[in-house]
Design a protein around this ligand. Structure first.
Ligand code: UT7
Length: 328
């Protein structure tokens, strides 16, 4: 069967109005703007207000992507919502987004791969478009992480923020679009970033809530090392597969986890620092939303031009990681 190349036809992003600054956090836990800035690069993050939930931001981001791709929601036949903070357990947030958008001809579902969720989604959608199973796919990364953050735990509460990003994927001419992609995971490191409660193993009970078991727990400095190694390795793999040199990458968007992680990965790959995008100062770590938000900001700022090589790399809980190389 003849395959077509899949590329990004439109992008969008959205986030809550509410801002939580380092100064706000100084009043909540034993921390300082100096520590947060020097150890993470984060100055502020967006925080959903009570009553604001994941699909609200996902729908806003998706509408923008749909408009920019100049398509009709009813033409979307695949809708993937990457999230680890769904609106509710049943049905999927993807189906709730589908109804809001009127994307009634899509197969909609959620994908849980933490911070790598958007690249997992892109990889699946790419395969579906290439083999002719899908014509227009909507891939979203959306999170309201702050509902799972323990604001008495300084090692996690300074990191996470909320938001959503979206992309429409469809057929593009040969030599363009997604040139290579890789997704990976290693469940042996599951407890490096996890929420023990709230599932079927340790359900939501007054006891699990009292013990804060529904909140994220993170072994930050162990994850740090794995993150740097895996993002650098997977980036090299996709570059090698496509026969593209790191120095020819026009824009590198790593998952926005920590500025020091970004700097370390960039150092290993030999990508010119000016070509690396970072918005961590403004958004913190928004998990699956971080790459699509950053990508859309780059599109809006005119930082991606036709023919550019754009490299995306992610790492997250699971642990999961992935790399996608695009010729814009
Ligand atoms: O999204 C993908 C998954 N997540 C990641 O990839 C996160 C990766 N990890 C990180 O970004 C970093 O490990 C953190 C930012 C979470 C932590 O930075 P670190 O440099 O690894 O710090 P650490 O955990 O080694 O802690 C160093 C010290 C400790 O104090 P002692 O034991 O040396 O006295 C911590 O208690 O810093 C302390 N600390 C803080 N101090 C002030 C931890 N958090 C804070 C804080 N403010 N917010």
């Amino acid at each position: 069967m003849a395959t077509v190349n899949a590329g990004i036809l439109g992008t969008g992003h959205a986030y809550p109005e509410g801002i939580l600054t380092n100064a706000d956090l100084e009043k909540m836990v034993e921390t300082s703007d100096e520590w947060i800035t020097s150890r993470t690069g984060i100055k502020q993050r967006r925080k959903a207000a009570p009553g604001e939930y994941t699909s609200l931001f996902a729908v806003r981001a998706a509408r923008q992507a749909i408009e920019r791709a100049r398509i009709d929601p009813s033409d979307i036949d695949l809708l993937i919502c990457a999230t680890v903070t769904p609106d509710q357990i049943l049905p999927s947030t993807g189906c709730l987004i589908q109804a809001e958008l009127g994307a009634n001809n899509a197969a909609a579902f959620d994908l849980a791969a933490a911070c790598s969720g958007f690249l997992y989604g892109l990889t699946l959608a790419n395969t579906m478009v290439r083999c002719g199973q899908s014509r227009l796919a909507l891939v979203i990364g959306a999170e309201v992480l702050t509902q799972y953050v323990d604001y008495t735990d300084r090692s996690t509460c300074v990191i996470f923020g909320d938001g959503a990003g979206a992309a429409i994927l469809g057929a593009v001419e040969e030599g363009r679009g997604i040139l290579a992609s890789r997704i990976r995971s290693d469940g042996r490191f599951a407890e490096q970033l996890y929420a023990p409660g709230g599932g079927t193993r340790l359900g939501t009970t007054p006891e699990t809530i009292a013990q804060g078991l529904h909140f994220y727990k993170m072994k930050g400095n162990e994850l740090f090392k794995v993150a740097v190694r895996s993002m650098a390795d997977v980036s090299r793999e996709v570059l090698e597969e496509a026969g593209v040199r790191a120095e020819d990458v026009a824009l590198f968007i790593p998952h926005q986890a920590n500025q020091r992680i970004t700097d370390a990965v960039a150092g290993k790959l030999d990508v010119d620092p000016e070509r690396i995008y970072s918005n961590i100062a403004m958004h913190g770590n928004t998990s699956s939303a971080s790459i699509p938000i950053a990508l859309d900001e780059c599109v809006e700022a005119g930082r991606v031009k036709e023919g550019d090589y754009v490299l995306l790399a992610s790492f997250g809980g699971g642990v999961t990681w992935g790399g996608v190389l695009i010729r814009w």
